[in-house]
Design a binder for this molecule. Sequence first.
Ligand code: FE2
Ligand code: FE2
Length: 202
Amino acid sequence: MTRPITILMEEHRIIENVLGSLETFALEVEGGLALERPFVRDYAAFLRGFADAWHHGKEEDILFRRMVERGFSADSGPVAVMLLEHRQGRALVGAIHGVGEGTGDVTPAERTAFLEGAGGFIPLLRQHIQKEDNILYPMSERVLTPAEFETMLGDFDAFEKKSGVDGTRDRLEALAGRLSEAFRPDEARMAAGSAGGCWSRG
Ligand SMILES: [Fe+2]
Ligand SMILES: [Fe+2]
């Protein structure tokens, strides 16, 4: 496997862990645990900072862009579907972020917004990751040349230097670790979710 694809797949494993943690948290909230805004803020900070800016940023600005240059459509087909799912994910994480940023007691409407956001986002991103690992990334390795992946590695470095000021990556990885400690991902649920199962409310 090429180095850029290995990097992206390693990031998938970190993201999946936090999705598993968020799932445990959401299920506990559904079971009656008080919804504390600081946890919601932390999940939103990881999902926006790492899953979206750091990871989807490299996919969109570098890998997918290169695939489009090599003839993949940005309007239909596999790359277009991945871009659409990134946008759908942003809307769902936006709802979670909104609850985290609220003040005062969490209202029933906010609790519902959080559960719907998490309930929509977790299966969406799990299945998105499976499609990339199993279909889109292998496809990119068949179409792009080793020299292009070499260039891409330099582009990844430049992207990370630009985005990773003040130890952003380390901070977000530490946050992922803390969240997974506070609310442990359930291996069986994660495996079922990745196999195409669907976490849903109730
Ligand atoms: Fe993606
Ligand atoms: Fe990805």
